[in-house]
Design a protein around this ligand. Structure first.
Ligand code: HEM
Length: 343
């Protein structure tokens, strides 16, 4: 990444381009292995329990875990959406300044197409992953939907005031049949509720609280979807305005495109909150609880210090990344001004 950022003009164009392709290839490969590990925690496969520990028996089963297929697709596609929205927002910002119109018209066009392809696919892959979760990790789905009782057909709850103490929802707006339809592609289909699953897990795994944070999951899911819907609406309108040659003159809408910038980051963050909070209280679903995974040879003070250390390092990296990105946007603009928009 450093070679790409600082190598412009110092390296041949081909080598410079190769450096960013290697970054893309490496990041996607790295994401795959991280998600193979993560999907094992969500839906363990390819192992046997021997000598009190999980041992891998089938590497192929591990890397083709049906969970990782959906998770990898959804994660990579959300990266595509993020990149597309950044290009659109920066281009809209530059179009507002009125300089290098032709350059940024080309950029915004590719950004809109890239974002739209990414958005349709991210929603499709998210839908398939939700179907898989509904059938294979039912407590996560029940918590994401704040579905306390088993229902057939199950309604989709748009919003609700969730009362976790009494395990009921107040003032819920429900659309009948839709949850069954989303999970089974049919208006009929049983979706197990939190209360029944809790009883079932007590029988299966012993007495404990197996209910994740329902309020957090319910709202995180809706925020992620709302961000996706808002981005798709904005990109469709942007495409229409571009096609009818009105985009660069519709200043209020260019301002909206700039404001879209945080949405993919918000969707990504809430997506990860769903994935990890929905796994609780398990470290590896059905195999090991988080409370049993606590290291015995490290104190909580050491954990706290490490966490603070990581937070500081990542905060510094974030500041540096934002600083360099902003510098890039401005520097390129000046360069383009000097070079008459040819950069
Ligand atoms: C209709 C829209 C969407 C649906 C149905 C959907 C569905 C899902 C589901 C079910 C999960 C949880 C997966 C798990 O627990 O393993 C998830 C996670 C996630 N979502 Fe979405 N999503 C949608 C839109 C988006 C958008 C627009 C973005 C970002 C641009 C996004 C980014 C993520 C990320 C980064 C994760 C965590 C990674 C993962 O577990 O796959 N999602 N999504």
């Amino acid at each position: 990444l450093g070679v790409w950022i600082f190598g412009e003009g110092r390296l041949s164009k081909k080598l410079h381009c190769l450096s960013i392709w290697l970054v893309a290839f490496g990041s996607n490969l790295s994401a795959f292995w991280i998600l193979v590990a993560n999907s094992f925690m969500q839906h363990p496969v390819g192992y046997t329990i021997a000598n009190g520990r999980a041992e891998m028996t089938d590497f192929f089963a591990l890397v083709t875990n049906p969970y990782v297929v959906g998770q990898y697709a959804h994660t990579v596609l959300s990266g595509i959406v993020t990149a597309g929205v950044i290009v659109v927002a920066v281009s809209a910002y530059r179009l507002l300044s009125g300089q290098n119109i032709d350059t940024f018209k080309t950029a915004i066009k590719s950004g809109i197409i890239y974002s739209l392809v990414g958005l349709f696919l991210v929603m499709g892959s998210g839908h398939l992953q939700a179907q898989f979760i509904g059938k294979n990790v039912p407590m996560k789905m029940a918590a994401m939907e704040a579905l306390w009782e088993t229902e057939n057909p199950a309604p989709f709850t748009v919003i609700a005031n969730i009362d976790t103490e009494n395990k009921v929802n107040h003032d819920a707006i429900e659309v009948p049949y839709v949850l069954s339809l989303l999970i089974y592609d049919s208006p009929e289909g049983e979706v197990k509720g939190i209360n029944e699953l809790q009883e079932q897990y007590i029988q299966q795994y012993g007495y404990d609280d197996y209910i994740p944070n329902v309020v957090l999951l319910f709202w995180s899911f809706r925020i992620m979807i709302a961000c996706g819907v808002a981005m798709i609406g904005a990109m469709l309108l942007a495409g229409l305005l571009f096609y009818t040659k009105r985009l660069e003159n519709t200043r209020w809408f260019l301002n909206i495109l700039v404001l879209l910038l945080p949405l993919p980051f918000i969707a990504n963050s809430f997506g990860w909150i769903i994935t990890e909070a929905g796994r609780q209280p398990w470290m590896v679903v059905g195999l090991q609880k988080v409370s049993d995974a606590v290291s015995q040879n490290i104190t909580s003070t050491e954990v706290l210090i490490t966490l603070i250390g990581f937070t500081l390092i990542y905060a510094l990296l974030a500041v540096a990344a934002i600083f360099i990105a902003l510098k890039f946007v401005k520097k390129d603009a000046h360069k383009m001004d000097d070079e008459g928009g040819q950069a």
